[in-house]
Each structure stands twice: as structure tokens, then as C-alpha cells.
Design a protein around this ligand. Structure first.
Ligand code: PRX
Length: 651
């Protein structure tokens, strides 16, 4: 990994500003105390956080039951997530929050909606009653395939109110991907919209739902929000309009008292096989983790307007657009559309107009903005900002410095937060009032989290060597399993080392113990901060009738981090040309979604394989990135393949 070199040479250190530290939710003393407790007795630390930050109907009896690799947190405790995100902010001494903005929403065309805590509570209760009227019971799964509109937040919170786990499917996924997720989760009801706005035009969603449901016998009902008003297919007896069912719904719905380990949601993410994994999160531990981290890392205060730019279709949106932010009673901004519509300054315009104080985005977005030019952020007043965050992929020090200088005006701390769909919440991160930052480093584990970098034998590596990032102790937000596949759960995360979580990332630590995350070490690519499995794209390609074989690798890309390159062997007699390349690209889009569309397709009549038939991806990665192959090729079965590959035709 060439980036390792440059990252390791990074010597700049930024100390927290005194003024920030003075007002921080967690100051240096507190952080030191929490680190000590978290190291000595992580369960006690988290129990303290669960008491401090979450409201329980019934206290738990056992903080942690750990039968590796299965953890149960806060056993015996009862709570409700929507109660924590809404009701408790409307009661007693918090009642003043009734008219405080919970969600500030801005549509791409410029329409806006502000939902106060009082209003959001009302809408959530109403939709929870709609779900009940449709026969949804505790434990039933609900699929949400929606644009970034307030109804998505309402639907999620309504699910949590009655204990129906939601399964949000990113609106950019195809009908096929949606069908697979609905079936795997066994969802009974789908909430969707006619469409949403992307890049200045309405983008239909409902046709994908209609298509997906041709192969989903378990779905009885579809509730559809009218967002774009474009003509839409409507299936009588199955489809319902959101506004019609909501009109008659009661706004009274007591929150269900759920076990701490009651399933909260399933969210699919890519792995090293062709089939995405349904990551399962449960109630009490997840809420404790996201609420605590949001308060400490983002320094959330009542006066903040917090904007996380992630789509709710990904874990970042779940944890830090919705749950962690609303559970703290803060104001969460939600934006529907693309960052560059109608102009390259849309994000900065939003920050200025709404007075956003905390901004959390991905390095890929930052790199895009750098390329678009400083004049766009500079033409807006960004002085409301007081803290910045990044997530999703390693940030290169230069992008960090630009973010610090141009967006943060050199005054805002930057929190580079490492975590995963599986971890539920942030794991390695600066604490803005207490930890010195270094551009490109996610710094140190959050208190109560025990991360290490190990070699293959499970020995701690010492600087400057790199190794595998592992987590040595269970944590409250950790995934509880892969939906319907305990074996895969065990194999994916717990088989490399005994009783230790294997994150799938490579990392280094510097002499101060800071973590420098180097990226995935498995066959998972990180495309614009979104995980796509190479196998997933390969399965999509070989499902095309003209393809015999394919191998997919990532190559470094300045903007998206990684770009997808597919090496394809067509079936005998098939013409490999630009037309076929385009056909295959569209085929992948149809199978998975536009995010998985290969940037490049290269035709070849053979793929490099070992004598045992394994594709040598390392060679392909070198070829895709235009590098001379320096690695060991002694196990290559047919040397002539290498030469041919270098000359392979681009389709
Ligand atoms: O490779 C790491 C990278 O994103 C992966 C997790 O992807 P996903 O489950 O989609 O969740 C993304 C948002 C939480 C990780 O295995 N990653 C995430 N954050 C960082 C990161 N890599 C480096 N630095 C980060 N801050």
C-alpha cells in the first residue's frame, strides 16, 4: 500500500483549542477517567453510560453476558428507542423541547420542512398505528426503500415504537438487490415513495418495488409516500398512500417495552461472497453506544444543528442522522439530494442558511469539493461551524488539511471516526476537547473499546509495522449476528483469532499509539465510502448470458477512493467490444445498483490463476492500477496470461 509511506511521514499535530476544551461535554479529566475505567472494566464503563444517557423502563440485571462470539448487553433491561428519541424530550423538565426542531429537512428542489420534537412524536405515533392496523406485530420485519425524506425517519422510529425491526434498503439499489434483501429479511410490509429528487430531476423508486415484489411472496402491503407526484403504478389491494392512511390514524401509541436484546434493525452490507450480509443490531446496547458516542465525539449540545450528509440507507445515516442525534435531543439536518445541485456550493449554502454547527461527511465528498474549487465554500459564511467530522474511508492528510483550513476556518476540531456497519457506532476517534489530532489518523479507541493491531499469529505489531485491526472485547453496539446465518457470522468475524473480532481492515500504530487505518484487506472495495464486495460484482457479471468468467478488483481513484475494474472473459464466439462493455455495465447496475457499476471493463481470454485454480487478484490489482507486477508470480499457472492481460482491450 503506497499510502502507508506518506501517512507514516505525517508529523503535524493539532491540539484542541482551549476555548473548545473549556466547553466540551467531555473534558480532558473526564476522558482520562473514562479511559481508565474502560480499560479496567469495560462493562462497568458502558453500564455507567447506559444509565447516564439512556432511559430504561426496567433496569437490567446483567450488564454483559459474553459467550463468544455471542454477546448480550443489559440483560433483563427494558426500553424503547422511539421513547428515548422522542417522548423523554417532551416530559417534565425537558418539555420545552416540544417546539424545538428535531429534524430540519431540505429537499433537493429547495422545498423545506421542519419537524419539531412534538410534531415528530405525533407523526411517529400515527405511523406506528398505521403499521398496527396493517397487522404488523412485534418482531415482524419492515423494509424501507425510500428517498431521504422525513417520512423515512418517521417510519424507522415508528418501527422501533412497536418493536418491528426495520430493514432500510438504500434507494440507489436495484429491484433485484431490493428483492434479495426483502426475501432474506422476510419482510412483510414495504414503505416506499413514488420517487425522490436526484441531480435536478425526479427519480422514480416505485417501479423497482413493483419489480422486486414479483418475487416476494411474504409482502402483503406497500405504503407509498407521494413525494414527486409523477404518474405511478398503484396495485389495488396491496398498495396504500401514506397520506391517506395517516389521515385517519390516531396520534396515541404507547411505546412497547422491549427487551434490551430485542432486534432493532437489519442492515445489509457487502462481504467477501456474492451474497450481502444482513447485519443485526439490537435495542439497548446499540442505543447506548450511539447516544454516548454522539454526545462525546460530536460534543452535541442543545444549541447545535448537526448535519450528517450520509444517506439513511447506510449505517452512518442510521446512527448519526437518526438515533444518536435524536436520542440526545439535538437538531438533525437531513438533505435529500446531490451535493452539487443546482450548483457546486449547495452544501455550503445549506450550512450558511441553517447555521449548521457540526458537519459530518465522507473523505470522498471532501476530495470532490477540493476539485470543484475553494471559491464555492469561500462565497458562503461558514462561521456557524464549530466541529467537523469524517467517516467511511481513510482521509488523505492533504484533504484533512483542506477541510481544516477552508471549511473549518482553522478553528474547528476534526474528528476522523473509524467504525463499520457491524460495530453500530464509532470505535476509534478523537475526542474533540481532549485528544490531539494528526491529519490522516483516527487517533485512539473510544473509552471502553479495546482495539489492537495484530499480525497473522495474533501478536501485537510494533511501529512501523502494519497488521490487522482487531477488537478484543465485545462492545454494546456490536452486531449480534448475520440474519439467518450464525455460521457465516462466526466464520467472517471470529475465526481468524480466538474470541477476538476481526475487522477486515489493515492498520498501523505510531509510537504514540495512534491508529492509522489503511483500508480493507479482504475482497471488499470501498467505493465513495460504500462497501461493495468484488464477488458481488463478479456474480452480477457472470449472470449475464455472454460472460464466461470475470474477476473484479479495485484500483485507486482520486475522488472515489477506489474504482471498480472488471476483467471479463466472454463466452466463445462472443464479440468483445465497447457495446458489450456498455451492456455489461448496465447489467451490473440492474443487478446491484449504479454504485457497483464498473468504471472500467477489460476483456481478456484468460484470467491469471494459481495451479489450484484461484484467481490471482494481486496481479489483477497491479494491472488495473497500471503498475508493474513486482509480486511473486511463481504460482501462476500460465505466464502468457500476464502479457495478454496487460494488452487487454477496454470495453
Ligand atoms: O474500511 C473501513 C472503512 O469503512 C469500512 C466500513 O464500511 P461500512 O460498514 O460501510 O461503514 C462505513 C461507515 C461507518 C471499514 O471497514 N472506514 C470507515 N471509517 C473509516 C474507514 N477507514 C478509514 N478511516 C475511517 N475513519
Amino acid at each position: 500500500m503506497p499510502d502507508i509511506e506518506s501517512l507514516l511521514k505525517e508529523t503535524r499535530v493539532f491540539k484542541p483549542h482551549k476555548e473548545f476544551t473549556k466547553q466540551a461535554n467531555w473534558n480532558k479529566k473526564q476522558v482520562a477517567e473514562y479511559r481508565k475505567l474502560g480499560a479496567k472494566d469495560p462493562a462497568r464503563f458502558w453500564a455507567k453510560m447506559a444509565k447516564q444517557n439512556v432511559s430504561w423502563f426496567t433496569p437490567w440485571k446483567t450488564t454483559l453476558q459474553w459467550k463468544p462470539p455471542f454477546a448480550k448487553w443489559f440483560v433483563g433491561g427494558k426500553l424503547n428507542v422511539s421513547y428515548n428519541c422522542l417522548d423523554r424530550h417532551l416530559e417534565a423538565e425537558n418539555a420545552w423541547r416540544r417546539n424545538k426542531a428535531a429534524i430540519i429537512w431540505e429537499g433537493e428542489p429547495g422545498d423545506t420542512r421542519v419537524l419539531t420534537y412534538g410534531e415528530l412524536h405525533r407523526e411517529v405515533c400515527k405511523f406506528a398505528n398505521v403499521l398496527k392496523d396493517q397487522g404488523v406485530k412485534k418482531g415482524d420485519r419492515i423494509a424501507l426503500y425510500m428517498p431521504m425524506i422525513p417520512e423515512l425517519a418517521i417510519a424507522m422510529l415508528a418501527c422501533t415504537r412497536i418493536g418491528a425491526p426495520h430493514n432500510v434498503v438504500f434507494g440507489g439499489f436495484s429491484a433485484q438487490a431490493l428483492r434479495d434483501r426483502i426475501n432474506d429479511a422476510g419482510a412483510k410490509l414495504v414503505v416506499t415513495a413514488d420517487g425522490g429528487y436526484r441531480r435536478g430531476s425526479p427519480h422514480a423508486l416505485k417501479p423497482a418495488v413493483d419489480e422486486a415484489l414479483k418475487g416476494c411472496d411474504g409482502v402483503e402491503t406497500v405504503v407509498m409516500v407521494k413525494r414527486t407526484g409523477e404518474p405511478t403504478n398503484f396495485v389495488e389491494g396491496r398498495d396504500l398512500w401514506w397520506h391517506e392512511v395517516m389521515a385517519g390514524a390516531s396520534a396515541k401509541c404507547p411505546p412497547a417495552k422491549l427487551d434490551a436484546e430485542h432486534p432493532l434493525f437489519i442492515l445489509y452490507t457487502s462481504g467477501t461472497t456474492g451474497k450481502p450480509k444482513g447485519i443485526l443490531h439490537t435495542t439497548g446496547g446499540y442505543l447506548t453506544h450511539v447516544t454516548t458516542t454522539a454526545k462525546a465525539i460530536f460534543d452535541l449540545k442543545d444549541s447545535d444543528t448537526f448535519w450528517c450528509t450520509a444517506d439513511i440507507g447506510w449505517i452512518t445515516g442510521h446512527s448519526y442522522v437518526i438515533y444518536g442525534i435524536l436520542a440526545n435531543g439535538a437538531t438533525s439536518l437531513m438533505y435529500e439530494g446531490t451535493p452539487t445541485h443546482p450548483g457546486p456550493d449547495r452544501f455550503w449554502d445549506i450550512i450558511e442558511r441553517w447555521g449548521v454547527t457540526i458537519f459530518y461527511t465522507a473523505p470522498t465528498a471532501i476530495r470532490t469539493f477540493i476539485r470543484l474549487g475553494d471559491e464555492h465554500p469561500k462565497s458562503h459564511d461558514l462561521s456557524s461551524l464549530r466541529l467537523l467530522g469524517t467517516v467511511g474511508e481513510p482521509i488523505n492528510p492533504e484533504a484533512w488539511m483542506w477541510y481544516h483550513r477552508v471549511i473549518g476556518g482553522r478553528r474547528c476540531p476534526i474528528v476522523d471516526t473509524w467504525w463499520q456497519t457491524e460495530t453500530g457506532g464509532i470505535m476509534i476517534t478523537p475526542l474533540p476537547g481532549a485528544v490531539d489530532t494528526k491529519p490522516g489518523s483516527a487517533t485512539l479507541p473510544f473509552p471502553g473499546i479495546q482495539a489492537e493491531v495484530w499480525d497473522e499469529e495474533g501478536q501485537t505489531v510494533t511501529p512501523p509495522n502494519g497488521g490487522f485491526l482487531v477488537l478484543k472485547q465485545p462492545w454494546p453496539g456490536m452486531l449480534r449476528g448475520i440474519w439467518g446465518d450464525p455460521k457465516r457470522y462466526q466464520e467472517t468475524y471470529w475465526s481468524q483469532y480466538k474470541n477476538t473480532y476481526f475487522a477486515g481492515d489493515g492498520a498501523h500504530r505510531d509510537p504514540q499509539g495512534y491508529f492509522w487505518i489503511m483500508g480493507r484487506i479482504d475482497d471488499v472495495m470501498n467505493i465513495s465510502s460504500h462497501r461493495i464486495g468484488t464477488m458481488e460484482v463478479e456474480s452480477a457479471l457472470v449472470s449475464h448470458p455472454k460472460v464466461a468468467e470475470s474477476a473484479v478488483v479495485g484500483r485507486p481513484d482520486e475522488i472515489t477512493g477506489t474504482a471498480i475494474v472488471a476483467f471479463v472473459t466472454p463466452l466463445g464466439g462472443i464479440q468483445a467490444d465497447k457495446e458489450l462493455g456498455e451492456e455489461l455495465r448496465n447489467h451490473v447496475t440492474k443487478q446491484i445498483g449504479a454504485i457497483a457499476k464498473p468504471a472500467e471493463i477489460r476483456f481478456t481470454d484468460a484470467l491469471p490463476k494459481t495451479r489450484s485454480g484461484k484467481i490471482m487478484r494481486r496481479l489483477l490489482r497491479d494491472i488495473a492500477s497500471g503498475k508493474e507486477t513486482v509480486g511473486d508470480t511463481s504460482t501462476l499457472e500460465d505466464y502468457s496470461v500476464l502479457a495478454k492481460l496487460k494488452e487487454s482491450e477496454e470495453g
